[in-house]
Design a binder for this molecule. Sequence first.
Ligand code: OXD
Length: 310
Amino acid sequence: MLVYYPDAPTARAFADFVRLPDASTSLHVASTPEEAAPLVGKTDVLYGWKFPPELLGRASRLRWIQAMGAGVERFLVPELPPSVVLTRVTGVFGPWMAEYTVGWCLWVTQRIHLFQREQQARRWTAVDPLRLHGAVLCVVGLGDIGRPIARTARRMGMRVIGVTRRGRPVAGVEKVHDLSGLKTALGAADFVALVVPLSPETTGLIGEEELAAMKPSAWLINMARGPVVVEGALIRALAERRIGGAVLDVFDTEPLPAEHPLWTMDNVAVTPHISGPSDPAEIAPFFNDNLRRFVEGRPLRAVVNRARGY
Ligand code: OXD
């Protein structure tokens, strides 16, 4: 078994939580392509994140990859042999991302940014906050992550609508639109939370027309992947104040380059891809359960459908 994470102490922490099924399994840890290269050809199970795709073509024994995150597009490369089963992590990130969503919605409605600035200038600026209660949150993607976000937002008194591929009803969500209703849903929202996986279908999902469908006061919260939003269109909409603002955790290029215009826009909050952290201790029970299933020949949990991309 190979544990791979591109940071040595974190890779070690992931490895420390692994419960090996028997004494004949050996566990290797790598955090650079150079360390992984001599190991990949003898690996049956890869427990990894940001694994160098070029090495996957050399993984001739590989049978199963457990990704350490929710979004698995980095593994869905032509080098990945078709016989390898890929699993993602479910049940872990939703609660984190629900707190992120509600936290940043409150940052907007409580005008936290404004009051911090005013405090620094010792200015008494009595502007009323907005109500979160009754505000409409549109969750785009109501899967394992979107549903806990919807539940948490509802508990805070928000009204929740959503968008999914098929538009099937979801308990507690007032109205679920299918993709053909995306713009209608966006137009009804005060906050839009993006939590779809990156796939050919979702690349550029939010472009010029979708941004134009949003209310001029609405905020976009992107926790999905940068390319789900057409970055140029978003920057124009923000600069021309055609939407209220954006809270962005993901970007086309990460880390966001120092000279990037999004850093300095006053209607943008930038966070460095932290909305759903991969904590070794939190993910370990999921991995160890799947490992037992793998060893016993039982079906694995959260197997990725490669054609769908999640
Ligand atoms: C993930 C991520 O997909 O960290 O899990 O973005």
